[in-house]
Write a protein that binds this ligand. Structure first.
Ligand code: HEM
Length: 166
């Protein structure tokens, strides 16, 4: 369960990086298309017929943001109940709240562009909490020398408490 928890948390962290890359790809392509004479207005947007290098970035961002990330985050919360300790559950619950806010901000930002500022900043919070969650359950490293002798090396301090899972 600890392994599954760590893998899911790393997937969320990686997905945030994909989100940033996808939206940068999409916006770069859109700006380039406009510079080449493309005109974007409501009718063109709603026609769904716009095509430029980078349009896939918007599609990836939308699908990843509305489906993949929320599903993986809910899976992380479910798996957290099989991991010993309170902190894995708390971090998973925090991620559920942050991701719910992120999706809401993403969907409402076109109506209130200033929400886009929160959308970008909140993505970094999701990344940090996901990395903290993944590192929380990493296996304790054996002290130097313990692998061969089974005895902790002189002067090595015991690690801080690690949540143990099943
Ligand atoms: C956990 C990370 C993220 C999630 C879950 C997420 C989710 C979403 C969602 C659901 C939308 C609406 C898409 C649509 O209407 O089809 C959206 C739009 C947007 N997001 Fe994100 N996003 C994330 C990260 C980011 C990051 C890191 C950036 C940029 C730094 C960003 C920038 C934008 C922009 C500019 C839009 C408006 C353009 C569009 O609708 O495609 N997002 N996001």
């Amino acid at each position: 369960m600890r392994k599954a928890y760590a893998v899911l948390a790393w997937i969320i962290a990686g997905a945030v990086v994909v989100q940033a890359a996808a939206i940068a790809f999409g916006l770069s392509g859109l700006i380039s298309w406009v510079q080449d004479g493309g005109v974007l207005d409501k009718a063109v947007l709603e026609s769904g017929e716009v095509s430029f290098a980078g349009v896939l970035g918007f599609v990836v961002h939308s699908l990843n943001g509305q489906f993949l990330i929320p599903l993986v985050t809910l899976a992380l919360l479910g798996v957290s109940f099989g991991v010993r300790g309170r902190r894995p559950r708390v971090l998973a619950a925090v991620l559920v709240v942050l991701v719910a806010a992120q999706v809401t901000l993403g969907l409402t930002a076109p109506a209130a562009p200033y929400l886009g500022i929160l959308h970008g900043a909140n993505a970094l919070a999701i990344l940090l909490v996901a990395v903290a969650a993944a590192r929380l359950v990493r296996p304790a490293r054996a002290p130097a020398g313990a692998a061969t002798t089974g005895v902790p090396a002189a002067g090595s301090a015991p690690r801080a408490e690690q949540p143990r899972g099943t």
